[in-house]
Unconditional design. Structure first.
Length: 336
């Protein structure tokens, strides 16, 4: 059924299809009998809770940041069986992101390229929505800097967003690894990370409840760079790592080079990033030796993909592009 619906959705632009599909599904689920029947068909048959970083997750499959940037669809996503949803990336001030078109499908590669550019409604609007978040769903808050903020002042954006969203999410994520905000990946260096996390730890001590702070990293590191990053993660006292974000690599794609060049810049996600993200995940697991939890994301479409992340040291697994290509029953298919 979803393959038929996907063929129709793929006639629309990716952003239009995203909005249309979520709105349509949320409307269908409001019908009492039909909605309850469909809702049950999404729930995983064998969902084992997992305690990670002190949080009890209903199951080990989550939705990666970028899908629900503005915390608009949390009730629906809980109905689809996700154990956690990471909202964002959210910035202190609302911003439109990069000009459209900025999201592209690569069906031959089961992949997407996006250069969204942290389009979001801003931290205040997102916090208002989080006040009505559904019970029983773990929610993470992925935060970033505004495009117009120079890197010299980036820490101020992160601390502002962190302070405002802290009370309304279960864990927080520092995103300095998106390739779509100019200069953002330059912040993936020792001094900035250590300084920023020191500031975030101070803010956390002033809060009533301790919550973990994760770091989301890119898949485009060389092995020597990963070793340096691991030293930084230890020094900064990062509570967990999300591995990984999208890649800027374009090698070994089935899509024609002409089409890739026409699309232009952006982060590549989906099947092509599976091995590179697993490589980073494996390095982290080996070097950190279970000292902090790891969340594996990148190219997860099947149960085998999911188990591949777990076998390389992930405590939790997130999907994004797999959700687009496999459909709304992806959690049930993976966990059942």
């Amino acid at each position: 059924m979803y393959n038929f619906l996907k063929s129709i959705l793929f006639l629309l632009s990716p952003e239009a299809a995203h909005e249309f599909a979520l709105k349509s599904l949320s409307i269908v689920l409001r019908f009492p009998i039909l909605g309850n029947w469909i809702r049950k068909s999404f729930q995983p048959i064998k969902a084992q809770p997992a305690v990670v970083a002190g949080i009890t997750f209903p199951n080990t499959i989550g939705l990666a940041a970028g899908f629900d940037k503005n915390a608009k669809w949390l009730h629906l996503l809980k109905d689809l069986g996700f154990g956690h949803v990471e909202i964002g990336t959210v910035t202190p001030v609302a911003q439109p992101g990069n000009p459209a078109p900025r999201l592209f499908r690569l069906p031959q590669d089961n992949a997407l390229i996006n250069r969204m550019g942290f389009n979001n409604d801003g931290i205040d609007a997102v916090v208002e929505r989080l006040k009505n978040r559904p019970a029983g769903l773990v929610v993470g808050g992925n935060i970033g800097k505004n495009k117009i903020t120079p890197n010299e002042q980036a820490a101020n954006d992160y601390t502002t967003a962190f302070d405002k969203i802290y009370d309304y999410v279960d864990y927080l994520v520092v995103n300095i690894s998106s390739p779509n905000t100019p200069g953002l990946r330059d912040l993936q260096e020792d001094e900035f990370i250590c300084d920023l996390f020191a500031k975030l730890h101070v803010i956390r001590t002033e809060k009533r409840i301790w919550k973990p702070i994760f770091l989301k990293i890119a898949p485009d590191f060389k092995q020597s760079q990963v070793h340096t990053l691991i030293d930084t993660i230890k020094k900064a006292k990062v509570d967990g790592v999300i591995a990984t974000n999208t890649t800027i690599d374009r090698s070994n794609l089935n899509t024609s080079q002409a089409k890739i060049e026409k699309i232009g810049a952006g982060g590549l996600s989906g099947k092509p990033v599976y091995e590179s993200s697993n490589t980073i995940l494996g390095f982290l697991a080996m070097e950190l030796g279970g000292q902090i939890p790891l969340i594996g994301v990148g190219g997860v479409f099947t149960k085998e993909d999911y188990e591949g992340k777990l076998s390389r040291g992930a405590s939790l697994v997130q999907v994004y592009t797999g959700f687009v290509y496999v459909g709304p029953r992806i959690v049930r298919k993976i966990l059942s």
